[in-house]
Design a protein around this ligand. Structure first.
Ligand code: DWN
Ligand code: SAH
Ligand code: ZN
Length: 403
């Protein structure tokens, strides 16, 4: 049953037994790993793409959650720009108030704070929340939901903007989220959120955007239907190049604003290409299989020719690829990553060891599997010596190919 509207959900993709994507394990803790069955379907009524089973939120989001937004220079720039955009366009009145859901290490709100604007982050993971606090960002440690929205409104007054990046698609219980936003948002306020876009996922075969934390994959059509259901209206959309292709959705209270032409245009383009049709999604599922097999063949070839292989970027996304395709340390002996909380541990399920990025040069890789393909530009530029020395990057989005 659809988590948004109660409609019939048709399964189109079975990604098998999967671990928690951000649960990097100590070498002696692999016996305790949590697994679940990752299956994906689309709602016949509202066209929302969603998982069929829910992982309890506390298993994914806890005080040792390892992901930090600030790990990419490009994302830091993106969020600074985002803050300035929100401040310029949406923060009206003499004392505006901006709330961010899923504020993580405070990368976005630090720019709001620097502008001297009232703000609050809501973030359940204590470790990253403390990083934000150390930078002077105000954070409430909680899962945002209905009661939290009402409490913030009572304490701080109405918000002009509620913003969320890469967070709303993580939350199955969106009915409660919308009630919380309804309680919190000023009458003319906006709810702005950005998440991976179904159009990009299908076009680029980026099936690794689907893992435990990414419960929904949004489209303009499904977000428009969801907004209406909860008393809001989708009034603007903007495609973003970050994280492999996202859309920023702007929602206002129903009737408060006139939707921009971009909304109708994006919905029409989705309908024209049959984006949420089962035939399209089944074709995508077939591509997922083909690419996974291709990738394993390519890695076996590299191993058999005696080349030194490693992974680059211990992403959450990569859990889907390694566990679905069956890629372990025999094919990818280790992966390099800049995140201290991931280093020295094993990738979930695949048990590929994560090594500090500083050890990358001495390892002397011939081929690097770029798990963090969404940061390709930044990473390839940073590691230009690798290619200069004859090394080559192996990508699997949108196709398996060597650069
Ligand atoms: O939605 C989510 C996004 C925003 O972040 C979360 N559910 C979890 C997480 O997903 P991810 O882990 O797939 O995100 P990234 O941004 O693709 O992860 C990049 C990884 O690569 C990080 O572990 C940092 C690392 N990295 C690196 O080692 N060197 C990244 C860059 C840019 C680098 O130069
Ligand atoms: N916004 C950041 C972080 C994305 S990772 C960025 O774009 O880089 C997803 C974040 O959502 C995590 O920090 C997680 O703790 C948070 N999150 C998950 N469920 C939440 C909820 N109900 N309320 C607030 N934050 C939540
Ligand atoms: Zn539905």
């Amino acid at each position: 049953m659809c988590r948004i509207c109660g409609g019939v959900v048709n399964e189109f993709l079975d990604l098998g037994r999967q671990p928690l994507s951000d649960a990097f394990v100590e070498p002696d803790e692999t016996a305790d790993e949590f697994y679940y069955h990752l299956r994906v379907g689309v709602c016949e009524s509202c066209s929302m793409v969603q998982q069929l089973a829910e992982v309890p939120r506390e298993r994914m989001f806890h005080d040792s959650y390892p992901y930090v937004s600030s790990g990419s220079v490009r994302m830091r720039e993106h969020f600074t720009r985002t803050a300035h955009d929100l401040l310029e366009r949406e923060s009206t009145g003499s004392d505006p108030f901006i709330v961010e859901i899923g504020s993580n290490d405070g990368t976005m709100l630090a720019a709001v704070r620097a502008a001297g604007v009232r703000h609050l982050g809501v973030e359940p993971c204590g470790g990253v929340a403390d990083v934000a606090r150390a930078a002077g960002v105000r954070v409430r440690s909680a899962f945002f939901e209905e009661a939290v929205g009402a409490e913030i409104a009572a304490q701080d007054g109405p918000a002009n903007v509620v913003f969320a990046a890469n967070t709303i698609c993580h939350i199955p219980y969106l009915d409660s989220i919308f009630r919380g936003i309804d309680a919190l948002l000023a009458p003319d306020g906006v709810f702005v959120f950005e998440d991976p876009y179904l159009g990009d996922v299908i076009e680029k075969n980026s099936f690794d955007q689907i893992y435990d934390e990414h419960f929904y994959v949004f489209s303009a059509r499904s977000v428009q239907a969801m907004a209406r259901r909860f008393g809001f209206e989708l009034v603007d959309v903007r495609r973003l190049p970050v994280h492999g292709g996202e859309v920023r959705y702007t929602l206002a209270r129903a009737g408060a604003r006139t939707p921009s032409a971009a909304v109708a245009a994006l919905v029409a383009s989705e309908d024209a290409r049959g984006l949420a049709e089962l035939s399209t999604l089944h074709a995508f599922a077939a591509e997922v299989d083909r690419i996974s097999r291709d990738l394993v063949l390519q890695l076996e070839k590299l191993r058999d020719s005696g080349l030194r292989v490693a992974g680059y970027g211990a992403t959450a996304k990569s859990a889907t690829v390694t566990n679905y395709a069956g890629i372990g340390p025999d094919l990818v002996p280790c992966v390099f990553d800049t995140t201290p909380a991931k280093q020295g541990r094993l990738m979930p399920g695949s048990h590929i060891p994560v090594r500090p990025a500083e050890e990358f040069a001495e390892y002397g890789a011939d081929r690097l599997l770029l798990f963090a393909w969404n940061h390709a530009e930044e990473i390839i530029a940073k590691e230009k010596d690798f290619a200069r020395g004859g090394g080559r990057w192996l990508l699997y989005v949108p196709e398996v190919r060597l650069l």
